[in-house]
Design a protein around this ligand. Structure first.
Ligand SMILES: Cc1ncc(COP(=O)(O)O)c(C=O)c1O
Length: 399
């Protein structure tokens, strides 16, 4: 067996399942799940129709690079969404089967494990695929804590130069899971400078980019690069997905865009791996990228829900409307540092499942930045999320 498999950490939900084994959730109350971040709003009819109308595509093998029409639709969407961004559909974009597989596969493409100390840098807390991708590529991981005092920005200046020098790949997530924070231009500028100096690749996970609560849409990495004159996107690759934007997590569709010098070897890797997108899904993806009305409606649903739920919870815990995403990253440390015990008690007494924050982070510099926090995924209908919020208020008041 591949010995690197033994290095993988159990997934946060696996750890939570093990922790909740002996717990009987209050049977008098209907269960409410705020733990898993799976979109639950309805899939738009236009996407279902495009799937049904294009079944003839099943009769042929797809190219790994995707249909030119799909790459054109993606590039068109990028240009509409991000002011000034020009992406070449022939060399700077590829369809992927959701951002997760692509985030994983990129590490297998860019990491050179023969170089001593090959390192992948991740924000902390983070999406666990980054870590698994690094470990299976034969690299080691290093974590950079997010700072609640600076809107959860990672403390890049805390990374010593010798770690930067070993870093081959840096993952960032903006809007962040779980923090909901959007990286500002100054942070991009700093990361681009560091990438130029030390030569690492930046993988920018932007799968929550279309769910936001401010007037201005989140700044994207390609947009930041363009504004800073880096129109070749050197050493940068952005990951975008339809899963959350268009409520199709089961369709497995997204794209990567960025530096042609990364896209070319990535296409080679993906060809051998067999990562071509189903032709039916390609057609439905074209329909999805070309329509913005359903995205506006979807965002409005989340906005209404967050506006209703956040003030209720803010009475008992430190929680604020995030920049974007569909999570509340709530601080319960004034009640307890033991976020696991907090979550287990809530499940036992009120049948509400939340994710303990410490399971989403690793200890780094003597600190687990998820400790004393919980992540609430507001994916269920608004009434259910609101009911959960009232139960959480009762739970905390009863502690
Ligand atoms: C931060 C982050 N990145 C990527 C993904 C993967 O999404 P998908 O593969 O559906 O695009 C998720 C899913 O929950 C996520 O939270």
């Amino acid at each position: 067996m591949n010995p690197l498999l033994a290095k993988l950490h159990p997934y946060p939900f696996e750890r939570l399942r093990a922790l909740t084994k002996g717990i009987t959730p209050n049977p008098a109350l209907k269960p409410i799940a705020l733990g898993i971040g799976e979109p639950k709003h309805a899939t738009p009819e236009l996407i279902k129709r495009a799937l049904a109308d294009n079944l003839a595509g099943l009769a042929s093998y797809p190219a790994t690079a995707g249909e030119p029409a799909l790459r054109e639709a993606i590039v068109g969407w990028l240009a509409r969404r991000y002011a000034g961004v020009k992406v070449d559909p022939a060399t700077q974009v590829l369809p992927v089967g959701g951002s997760r597989e692509a985030l994983f596969a990129l590490a297998q493409t860019v990491i050179d494990p023969t170089k001593p100390g090959a390192t992948v840098l991740c924000p902390n807390p983070f999406y666990q695929i980054y870590e698994g991708a690094a470990l299976l590529a034969g690299a080691q991981t290093a974590f950079v804590n997010s700072d609640p005092a600076r809107n959860f920005a990672a403390d890049w200046d805390s990374v010593p130069d010798d770690v930067w020098a070993r870093t081959q790949l840096l993952y960032v997530c903006s809007p962040g899971n779980p923090t909901g924070a959007v990286m500002p231009m100054a942070e991009w500028q700093r990361l681009f400078e560091l990438s130029d100096r030390f030569g690492f690749v930046i993988a920018s996970d932007e799968c929550y980019s279309e769910i936001y609560f401010r007037d201005e849409p989140p700044l994207g990495s390609l947009q930041a690069a363009t504004a800073l004159g880096r129109t070749d996107f050197r050493n940068l690759i952005a990951f975008t997905s339809l899963s959350k934007r268009s409520n199709v997590p089961g369709m497995r569709s997204g794209f990567v865009a960025g530096d042609a010098a990364l896209i070319k070897p990535f296409l080679l890797y993906r060809t051998y791996h067999g990562s071509a997108m189903n032709p039916v899904v390609q057609q439905a993806s074209i329909a999805a990228w070309n329509d913005e009305a359903h995205v506006v409606d979807n965002r409005a649903l989340y906005r209404r829900k967050f506006m209703q739920v956040t003030p209720v919870l803010a009475k008992v815990m430190k929680v604020a409307l995030p920049d974007a995403g569909f999570y509340l990253w709530a601080d319960v440390s004034h009640i307890t540092r033991d976020d696991v015990a907090f979550a287990l008690g809530l499940l036992a007494q009120y049948n509400v499942a939340v994710l303990p924050g410490s399971l989403l982070a690793r200890e780094s510099n003597g600190l687990n930045p998820g400790a004393g926090r919980i992540r609430l995924a507001l994916v269920a209908p608004a009434e259910e999320c609101l009911e959960a919020a009232y139960r959480i208020v009762s739970y905390i008041r009863g502690l």
